[in-house]
Design a protein around this ligand. Sequence first.
Ligand code: G1P
Length: 294
Amino acid sequence: MSAKVRKAVFPAAGLGTRFLPATKAQPKEMLPLVDKPIIQYGVEEALHSGIQNIIIVTGRGKSAIEDHFDVSFELEYLLESRGKKDLLAIVRNVSDMINVSYIRQKEALGLGHAVLRASELIGAEPFAVVLADDVIDSETPALRQLLDVHDFFGAPVLAVMEVPRENISAYGVVDAEAVSHNGSKDRVYRIRDLVEKPSKDDAPSNLAIIGRYVLTPEIFDSLQAIEPGSGSEIQLTDGLKHLLHSRPIYAYRFEGTRYDAGDKLGFLKATVEFALRRDDLGAPFRAYLKSLQL
Ligand code: G1P
């Protein structure tokens, strides 16, 4: 049985250039899917996976994220005095349940660099990394699925999914061999190699890394040892490749639907599907979409 994972790191210092001009003065993590900021989906997933300590790695212009997870005294006072109990509960809900810390990544030097910034706050224990752009809708929270595999092997575990070859170069890609777990050989893999954003022809498989990781603290030494890679950035994938020389690392093909909310089309798909599933919006929104007669 491995040590309990208590902390999750949320890298959120990226510039959000794919969503300009919306992200000129507002962090992309705060763009709403229906009525909840993207990052809150990830934070709730961590909470529902049993992790309450949230470490958000931010950069300049990200103070809206801190305000969002803070107490909003004026707003709560107003809602309370107007007797709006439902809205008050919605506003209080997340900030009451999580214990959140912030750390600055002064320069956007890559995902591996962002994770390394959290090392002091993590210390010598296993931890999770959640990339909020990847919104995953599933019965069992995706991070919980990974934690179960981590509990079993006591080793780092990355979320993966199969993606079409033509899209593979947008991802970290693993070369991996299926291993038996819980009597099936369907979802768990032992990683042989990993490569960040390979060309279509160089990709070792169609198994792409998706933004959920359970890592062990040795990753920090690896991240310190490596040179900048793809995009001249310190890549988490490269750190994991370095760590693979000394430790086994596993991949887990999670159950659920992943939306790339960092991409305009992915964001729109998530918005439409989440709205259709809502009790208060689903029926009229479906009727509206039908009326468009596309
Ligand atoms: C990051 C990782 C990449 C992973 C992807 C998943 O890339 O570096 O390995 O496949 O997230 O969303 P980014 O999308 O930040 O370029």
